[in-house]
Design a protein around this ligand. Sequence first.
Ligand SMILES: NC(=O)c1ccc[n+]([C@@H]2O[C@H](COP(=O)([O-])OP(=O)(O)OC[C@H]3O[C@@H](n4cnc5c(N)ncnc54)[C@H](OP(=O)(O)O)[C@@H]3O)[C@@H](O)[C@H]2O)c1
Length: 258
Amino acid sequence: MDLGISGRKAIICASSRGLGRNCAIALAEAGCDVVINGRDEKALRATGEEIRATGVHVTEVLADVSTSEGQRALLAACPTPDILVNNNGGPPRKDYTELNREAMIEGVIQNMITPIELIQAVTGHMCAQGFGRIVNITSLSVRMPIEGLDLSSGARAGLTAFLAGVSRQIAGQGVTINNLLPGKMDTDRLKGGFERAASQSGQSIEAIRAAQAAEIPAGRFGTADEFGKTCAFLCSAHAGYLTGQNILLDGGLFPSAF
Ligand SMILES: NC(=O)c1ccc[n+]([C@@H]2O[C@H](COP(=O)([O-])OP(=O)(O)OC[C@H]3O[C@@H](n4cnc5c(N)ncnc54)[C@H](OP(=O)(O)O)[C@@H]3O)[C@@H](O)[C@H]2O)c1
């Protein structure tokens, strides 16, 4: 299917590796020029080279997206994006009793304030031109508690509630805002979790991995490729009537009828 977005300009935050990277790849495959981002130069340049091979224009922005300077650099690289994919790292896994005020503020900046600030910066132009696509990478943990990720879940739930109104406010101007909720996707972040669980339990990484995969109705982890392609569809010309939604990509892990 032609996604109908060839020639569109997209900013994909936190996209040198993992889910963000595959969102950028899928958008580039659909013909979008992409701005990619990360803090590690080597990973960012490698992803930039790989995407450039598809023939689209790629701009690499080496910056921390959580900072005002980082956001300014992203917007300077592409002042009038047609597509914005909000992504960021999340706060480290920690028991809620160990979170001090500073850590909580940092978590809210990462997973709530940063995407809102970027949305504020791009929707004026998107509404004026009558087209815009915004996808926020949040988490299954917004729907289902995950131990030790309370700060991440709370900040992302705050973002979700904030944007529930905003998405309706601008829906009539051709701009959509949706949240894409990863369950257990096979990325570096997931691997880090296996290593932690293995060292705590004394089991092998392979045993932890197999046990976690078996808990998922699909019987496996999701791939970043599947995630990226779903994101690209949400950004497509065909998804203009889909807004204000939370789309779970979890292989059926969250058990609910609705
Ligand atoms: N994978 C899963 O199963 C899963 C499940 C639920 C939620 N999530 C959430 O989905 C998001 C993406 O996860 P992932 O699995 O793709 O993680 P990942 O494999 O660790 O990749 C994270 C990417 O974000 C970049 N990044 C992190 N912090 C950044 C910052 N402050 N500024 C700019 N770039 C930054 C990283 O590059 P640098 O480190 O070089 O900056 C890297 O490119 C995270 O928020 C994660 O919590 C993932």
